[in-house]
Design a protein around this ligand. Structure first.
Ligand SMILES: [Zn+2]
Length: 93
């Protein structure tokens, strides 16, 4: 008998909620600017006074990590390859 339940081809990564996907998408949209600030191509005024784009980027990364239950010092899926990144990329398309 056919079932309506969709079978998952891989294990769902814990914490990849719609909220997490939203934060990932928002952070991705600001990542180029953030990296440009970090490498000095563009600069925030100074390290304690980041530009609005950087602050938003960092806020989304923080929220995303909270959602994924990652510790602050653990690598984030924005800059590191991890199962969560793969899942987030797939779901944010
Ligand atoms: Zn900046």
């Amino acid at each position: 008998m056919a079932t309506k339940r969709t079978r998952r081809t891989r294990n769902q990564v814990a914490g990849v909620t719609p909220e997490a996907v939203g934060h990932f998408r928002e952070a991705m949209a600001r990542q180029d600017r953030y990296l440009a600030c970090m490498t000095g191509e563009i600069r925030c005024i100074d390290e304690r006074q980041r530009c609005a784009e950087c602050l938003e980027y960092l806020e989304h990364v923080r929220a995303l990590k909270r959602e994924l239950r990652l510790r602050p010092w653990e690598p984030d899926p924005l800059t590191d390859d991890c199962p969560a990144r793969e899942e987030l990329m797939r779901r944010s398309r």
